[in-house]
Ligand binder design. Structure first.
Ligand code: 5GP
Length: 218
């Protein structure tokens, strides 16, 4: 007989300023655990950047289409960041849950709080920060894909995300983990360890599946 532990799916939400490394961790997690994790592709009204793949990096919509679909109730959550609209489509969420895999999201802190409110038991929030502001500046400058005004907007957004993060300290369990990304590989190991540990949490397991392993025959 094949014994398998079954449990409720987990929604892993990775947050952090642009340049924190969250996209790299998402990509590595999906590459390492293709059977266990699936990426939830958000929709956005911002134009694609070089190397971004429509339908994979984002569902790219015009602002008008985004608003029309939002008005039709197609979004589970949405926010405006850097002057662009971003959101998780209900359909993406439902299809993702139906795959039976755990889902991985890369969204902002306000979106993460929405998930925590609706799926408090099954959402795991991980905030990733670069070791310093200087480091963040260097990482963004090195990318060289955005103009100066856009860069300034991203710093402002980073600051407001940090403020939101600090306001939540000690007040709720909205943020589960904070990881400082000093060295990419070490930090990836840390994020991976969080994912593995959360997948082994007893409270999400189906009792019947646990019972198969708790057999004593004397
Ligand atoms: P970027 O333009 O750099 O890809 O993303 C800008 C910000 O939007 C990031 O903080 C990113 O996490 C956030 N974001 C991306 N998708 C979503 C989403 O579906 N919902 C929310 N609330 N934020 C998102």
């Amino acid at each position: 007989m094949n014994r398998e532990l079954t449990r409720k799916g987990i929604l892993f939400v990775l947050m952090g300023p642009t340049g924190s490394g969250k996209s790299t961790f998402c990509e590595r997690l999906i590459a390492e655990f293709p059977e266990e994790l699936s990426y939830s592709t958000s929709a956005t009204s911002r134009p694609p950047r070089p190397k971004e793949i429509p339908g994979k990096s984002y569902h790219f919509l015009s602002r008008e289409e985004f608003i029309a679909r939002r008005e039709q109730g197609e979004f589970f959550e949405w926010e405006e960041t850097h002057g662009n609209l971003y959101g998780t489509l209900q359909a993406t969420l439902i299809n993702g849950i139906q795959t039976g895999k755990d889902l991985l999201f890369q969204i902002d802190i306000r979106g993460a709080l929405n998930f925590k409110r609706h799926f408090s038991e099954n959402t795991v929030t991980i905030f990733i920060v670069p070791p310093s502001f200087k480091d963040l500046q260097e990482r963004l400058n090195r990318r060289g894909t955005v103009c100066e005004a856009e860069l300034q907007r991203r710093f402002t957004t980073a600051q407001s995300e940090y403020e939101a993060l600090l306001r939540l300290h000690g007040k709720s369990n909205a943020i589960d983990y904070l990881v400082v990304n000093e060295k990419l590989d070490t930090t990836y190991d840390e994020v991976r360890a969080i994912v593995m540990a959360e997948r082994a949490r007893y409270h999400r397991m189906d009792k019947q599946s646990v019972e198969q392993f708790c057999e004593v025959k004397v």
